[in-house]
Design a protein around this ligand. Structure first.
Ligand code: SF4
Ligand code: SF4
Length: 418
């Protein structure tokens, strides 16, 4: 797409934004895979429409505030990147654009409050635990709150699991085959600490020594994807210092966090930290990717089960990790792997189900209907956000939703999935 974006005036992230716009040839191949285009059917709610709008804003032809509604409705699922034959890196465009837009856009009082609440609690496990406890107490009064606050309350579990402290070092069982560092993942530690526990057990069982650096913090993805660029940069710098170099890989077990770590070079572009960010990003692997490369010790379920695998967008599209989790699940004796015949985002997308509850609910209901038809016993996925969204829409009588590592862990421990 031809453009006159004033790259020199846009700082270090001007070039990646211009490059993405430049590569777009307006072909429209990305439209059918875009969840918001599917739900709303409007060009401006499609990747092509948003690229054009962002270009116009960056060129100064369209008022930023006018474009905001359409840009805010983007899930950031980057399904459009997978579909694009021209290699448009939409993710780097929208992340950089949102960071720039945040410094000048006008937000309502309610918007600012909600954003402040999310950014000052979700990335910090102790604060999030406290806020989630308060939120559960406030749930009977949900009808008195604005709709997005109600959406936030509806996502909280009925009961929070007890706080779990992760060991800083988990030794490998048997001969050591690898040494890795694990990102502990903020909200997941509070909502489902058993995912990290299962991940550590599966890794140890496969001869992997795991370090969980105590100085690590939030990966920063939540901040970056809501335009809080300087907060995301500070979080990235903290992790660059916290994670050691002498490991074979830096592992994540939450798709959104993994794709956040891969974006560190973009967030820190042009800074003194850029090279270190590139070095760390090169070591980042999703745990399923790492285990598929390493090779799994044999495992079996004591009772057979049908497991449908759900692709988290930030694994499948942002990190191109599709086959590896399926490969691991297929190795479990007694597990029948089912494919979900629908690739659209489930509507979770970080804080999207709080910020855009109607679209998120439409996508969640659509995905749940497709999954129910499969008659699966379990849905496995690799992202806590998807797990929360799917379980909410599948309901108590639907299949249970588990992390892929929990499925493997139960097989290793000889426990049935249900
Ligand atoms: S598929 Fe790629 S090149 Fe075609 S309109 Fe979409 S973003 Fe542009
Ligand atoms: S990131 Fe997802 S929601 Fe946003 S334009 Fe691309 S496909 Fe559509």
């Amino acid at each position: 797409m031809q453009h006159q974006i004033p790259v020199d005036q846009l700082g270090p992230q001007g070039a990646p934004m211009a490059e993405a716009v430049d590569k777009c040839v307006h072909c429209g191949f990305c439209l059918p895979v875009c969840p918001t285009y599917e739900v709303m059917g409007e060009e401006m709610d499609s990747p092509r429409g948003r690229i054009f709008l962002m270009k116009e804003v960056l060129e100064g032809r369209v008022d930023l505030q006018e474009a905001t509604t359409f840009v805010d409705r983007c899930l950031g699922c980057v399904a459009c990147e997978t579909a694009c034959p021209s290699g448009v890196e939409y993710g780097q465009l929208i992340t950089a654009y949102r960071g720039r837009a945040e410094t000048v856009r006008r937000r309502t009082w309610g918007d600012r409050l909600l954003r402040w609440m999310m950014l000052s609690t979700l990335p910090y496990p102790a604060r999030f635990r406290w806020a989630a406890t308060m939120g559960r107490w406030a749930r009977p009064l949900a009808g008195m709150f604005p709709r997005r606050m109600r959406a936030m309350l509806s996502l909280l579990p009925a009961k929070l699991p007890p706080r779990a402290v992760l060991p800083e070092l988990t030794p490998a069982e048997g001969p050591r085959r690898a040494r890795v560092a694990l990102l502990a993942t903020c909200a997941q530690q509070v909502l489902a600490p058993e995912i990290n526990a299962a991940t550590l057990r599966v890794l140890a069982r496969n001869g992997v020594e795991v370090i969980v650096p105590s100085a690590q913090g939030c990966c920063g993805a939540l901040a970056a994807h809501t335009g809080a660029q300087s907060l995301a940069q500070r979080m990235a710098i903290q992790n660059l210092t916290a994670f050691p170099d002498d490991v074979d890989a830096v592992l994540t077990n939450a798709a959104g966090c993994g794709s956040g770590l891969h974006e560190y070079p973009l967030w820190l572009r042009g800074s003194e930290h850029e090279e270190r960010a590139k070095a760390m990003a090169a070591k980042v692997r999703d745990v399923s990717q790492f285990l598929a490369e390493l090779g799994l010790e044999p495992l079996a379920l004591p009772r057979s089960a049908k497991v449908a695998y759900h692709d988290a967008c930030h694994l499948a599209h942002a990190q191109s990790v599709r086959q590896q989790p399926r490969q691991l699940l297929r190795q479990v004796d007694g597990l029948e792997l089912l494919e979900i015949p629908d690739e659209l985002c489930c509507g979770s997308a970080g804080t999207y189900n709080v910020e855009q509850p109607e679209t998120a609910a439409a996508l969640g209901a659509r995905k749940a209907a497709v999954i129910r038809d499969l008659k699966a016993d379990v849905v496995a996925t690799g992202n806590i956000g998807c797990m929360t969204q799917l379980q909410m829409h599948l309901g108590a009588d639907g299949p249970i939703v588990m992390h892929t590592m929990q499925v493997l862990d139960q097989a290793y421990r000889g426990e049935p999935l249900l």
